[in-house]
Design a protein around this ligand. Structure first.
Ligand code: HEC
Ligand code: HEC
Length: 533
C-alpha cells in the first residue's frame, strides 16, 4: 500500500525560526504551504448543507435513525434538547407561525402540542429544516415523505452550523433561526443522536472498542470497550452517557479508541491548515473526502481499501479485527447492500487524497473548499476596550511564540510537539511498530488530551505527534476549551493552578494580566487587527 503523500516538513522548530524572525507580531511564514484548490462557492454551499453522496441509506437503513426517532418519541423539544438546530426559513409558513405561537408558552404538552409531537419532527425533516439531516427523494416520486419510502442522510452542516437564534434558542441546547454556516454547535449531542437510531451498533468502528488483538484492553473515556458481541443497549449506554461521549463532541477516528473531540469551526478555511487537532491532513478537500468516505458511511471499512486503511492505522491484527467484527455486527443486525456512499476508485489508494482508495466527486469537494473559505468569522465580543488593548500587549509577550496576534493572517502551519503542548505526556507504547512513516501507537494513561493523537496523528505525513495551531476566533461563545474539552473556561485555561505539566501550560503570572488576555481573546475577529486600533 502506498503511503500518505508526505507533506512539507514544516515542524515546530521551523515555527521557532519563524518566530525569531518575526519580532512581536507572532510567528510568520512566508507562504502557506497548505493552500487548497477551490471551485465555485455558491455550488459549494449546497454541498456543505445538503450533499450526502448516498449516505442516507446508511443513516436510514443501517443506523435506522428515523425509525428510532419515531420509536423514541423524538419531538422537536427533544431535538432542541439534543442540540439540533432548525432552519426557520425552511419551515412551511403555517407551521412556523404555529410553532412561534407555541414558543411563547411554557412548552408543556398541553400548551405546545406541535413541539411535543414526533409528527412535527417528521414534518420538519420532510421540509429539510433540521440542519444537517436532509431528506432525500429516495423513491424518486417527486415528493418527500420519510414515512413513505424516503430516507434521511447526514451532512457537514450537522456539526458545523448553528443558527442566529432569531426564532428561539434553548439554553445548553439547539436553536431555531437562520443558518450560520461554519460555526461550531457546542451543545450538539451527537452520541445521543446516534443512540436514538434503533441500530446504533451500525456505527461500530467509530465507537470505543475492546479488541482481542490488544488483549481486550480498551482506552478512551469509558472503563470498558464494546465488542462484536455487544448488544444495542450496550452501544446506546456508551453513546448516550455524557461522561463517555460528551455533548459538543464527535469521535472522528475509526481506530477503536473512544476519543471524542470538540466540534470545530469551519469558517475562513483559507487561514488555518493543516486539518484536525492533530494536523494529520494537509488539504481541506482531503479531510472532507475522508469524512464522507469513512465517517458518514463507515461500512466502507469492510471493503479491501477500508481494511488496508485500518491495518495501516491500527496494525495488521487490530485493523483486521475491527473490519471482520464489523462485518459480523452488520450481518447480525440485518444490514446489507453496503457500502452505501457513492465514491469512485482513486489512482492513489492509501494516499491522503483517498485513504480508503475511494474519493467522492472532486468538483464538489473543491466547490465546498471555496464556500468554506468564503464564510466570514463572527465578530468578537468587547466589553472593555482598555482591557482588550492591555490584553493584546500582554498576549504579544506571553503567547506569540505560537499564536498570531492578528487573526486575519494565516496561522503558522506548525505541529506543536507534545513535549511543548503537554509536558506531562508520559506515553506507554501500545504498538511498537507501524508501517512507515507512522509512529508507534502511544497512550498516556489517565489523560484524554493525547488520545486523539494515539493512532491518528501527523506522523501520517512524516511529521511529529502533536497539535496543530487553531485560529483564535468565536471564543466568547465557547463553553469548554482544548480539543478534549478538558478546560472549562478561558480563565481556567490561563490559571497556573492547572500546573506546569498540564496540557497547554502557558500561564501569565498575574491575575490582572490573565483577565486582560481573556478580554482580548473574547474580542478577537478577523477585523480586529493585531497592530491595534
Ligand atoms: C458528527 C459531527 C461532524 C460532522 C457530521 C462533520 N464534522 Fe467536521 N469536525 C467534527 C469535529 C468534532 C471536528 C474536530 C476534530 C479534531 O479535533 O481533530 C471536526 C473537524 C473538522 C475539520 C478540521 C478543522 C480544523 O480546523 O482543523 C474539517 C476540515 C472538517 N471537520 C470538515 C468537515 C466536513 C467537510 C464535513 C462534511 C463532509 C464534516 N466536517 C462533517 C465534527 C463533524
Ligand atoms: C507552544 C505553543 C503555544 C503557546 C506558547 C500558546 N499556545 Fe495557545 N494553543 C496552542 C495549541 C497547539 C492549541 C490547540 C490546543 C488544542 O486544541 O487542544 C492552542 C489553543 C489555544 C486556545 C484555544 C482553545 C480552544 O479550545 O479553542 C486559546 C484561547 C489559546 N491557545 C490561548 C493562548 C494564550 C492566551 C497563550 C499565552 C498565554 C497561549 N495560547 C500560548 C499552542 C500554544
Amino acid at each position: 500500500m502506498s503511503r500518505w503523500t508526505a507533506g512539507l516538513a514544516i515542524t515546530w522548530v521551523l515555527g521557532l525560526a519563524g518566530y525569531l524572525a518575526a519580532q512581536s507580531n507572532g510567528p510568520r511564514f512566508p507562504a502557506n504551504p497548505n493552500v487548497h484548490q477551490t471551485g465555485n462557492a455558491d455550488a459549494g454551499r449546497d454541498v456543505f448543507r445538503f450533499e450526502t453522496f448516498g449516505n442516507e441509506r446508511f443513516w436510514t437503513d443501517a443506523v435506522r435513525l428515523p425509525a428510532g426517532m419515531i420509536a423514541a418519541n423524538f419531538t422537536p423539544v427533544r431535538a432542541l434538547q439534543n442540540g439540533l438546530h432548525i432552519d426557520s426559513e425552511a419551515i412551511p409558513a403555517a407551521l412556523r407561525d404555529a410553532i412561534v405561537a407555541e414558543l411563547r408558552t411554557n412548552l408543556s404538552p398541553a400548551n405546545a402540542p406541535l413541539l411535543n409531537s414526533v409528527s412535527t419532527t417528521v414534518a420538519l425533516i420532510n421540509a429539510n429544516a433540521i440542519i444537517g439531516l436532509p431528506p432525500k427523494d429516495s423513491d424518486r416520486n417527486g415528493r418527500i415523505d420519510i414515512l413513505a419510502g424516503d430516507k434521511v442522510g447526514a451532512t457537514c452542516a450537522l456539526c458545523h452550523t448553528i443558527t442566529d437564534n432569531s426564532v428561539a434558542s434553548m439554553p445548553n441546547g439547539g436553536s431555531i433561526g437562520r443558518r450560520q454556516d461554519g460555526r461550531a454547535p457546542h451543545t450538539l449531542n451527537f452520541g445521543n443522536l446516534v443512540a436514538t437510531g434503533t441500530n446504533s451498533l451500525a456505527y461500530y468502528p467509530v465507537l470505543q472498542l475492546a479488541l482481542a488483538a490488544n488483549g481486550g484492553r480498551t482506552f478512551g473515556r469509558a472503563p470498558t470497550g464494546l465488542t462484536e458481541e455487544s448488544s444495542e443497549a450496550e452501544a446506546d449506554a456508551y453513546l448516550s452517557n455524557p461522561q463517555f461521549y460528551p455533548p459538543g463532541m464527535f469521535d472522528d477516528t475509526v481506530d477503536g479508541n473512544g476519543d471524542p473531540m470538540h466540534n470545530m469551526p469551519l469558517f475562513r478555511t483559507d487561514l488555518a491548515a493543516p486539518w484536525g487537532s492533530e494536523g494529520a491532513i494537509q488539504f481541506l478537500d482531503n479531510f472532507s473526502n475522508l469524512v464522507y468516505t469513512a465517517l458518514l458511511d463507515p461500512t466502507t471499512l469492510t471493503t479491501p481499501g477500508g481494511r488496508a486503511f485500518l491495518r495501516a492505522l491500527g496494525g495488521p491484527a487490530a485493523g483486521e479485527e475491527i473490519s471482520s467484527d464489523y462485518v459480523r455486527v452488520l450481518a447480525r443486525t440485518g444490514v446489507s447492500g453496503y457500502p452505501f456512499v457513492q465514491a469512485s476508485p482513486h489512482p492513489m489508494p492509501g494516499s491522503e487524497a483517498a485513504p480508503l482508495g475511494i474519493r467522492v466527486d472532486n468538483t464538489k469537494l473543491l466547490d465546498m473548499n471555496a464556500y468554506l473559505n468564503s464564510l466570514p468569522a463572527p465578530p468578537g465580543v468587547t466589553e472593555d476596550e482598555g482591557a482588550v488593548a492591555r490584553g493584546r500587549a500582554r498576549f504579544r509577550i506571553n503567547c506569540t511564540f505560537c499564536h498570531n496576534v492578528d487573526q486575519s493572517t494565516f496561522v503558522p502551519p506548525a505541529i506543536v510537539d507534545m513535549r511543548f503542548i503537554f509536558p506531562g505526556d508520559a506515553p506507554v507504547v501500545l504498538l511498537p511498530q507501524r508501517m512507515a512513516p507512522l509512529n508507534p501507537i502511544l497512550d498516556t494513561p489517565g489523560n484524554t488530551f493525547d488520545d486523539k493523537m494515539a493512532v491518528v496523528n501527523a506522523s501520517l505525513r512524516g511529521l511529529q505527534r502533536g497539535i496543530a495551531l487553531p485560529l483564535l476566533l468565536d471564543l466568547a461563545r465557547k463553553p469548554v476549551f482544548l480539543h478534549d474539552n478538558s478546560v472549562p473556561s478561558l480563565q481556567a485555561l490561563l490559571d497556573p493552578s492547572r500546573g506546569p505539566t498540564a496540557p497547554h501550560p502557558f500561564y501569565p503570572s498575574r491575575q490582572g494580566h490573565r483577565d486582560d488576555i481573556v478580554a482580548f481573546l473574547r474580542s478577537l475577529s478577523t477585523t480586529s487587527a493585531g497592530g491595534g486600533r
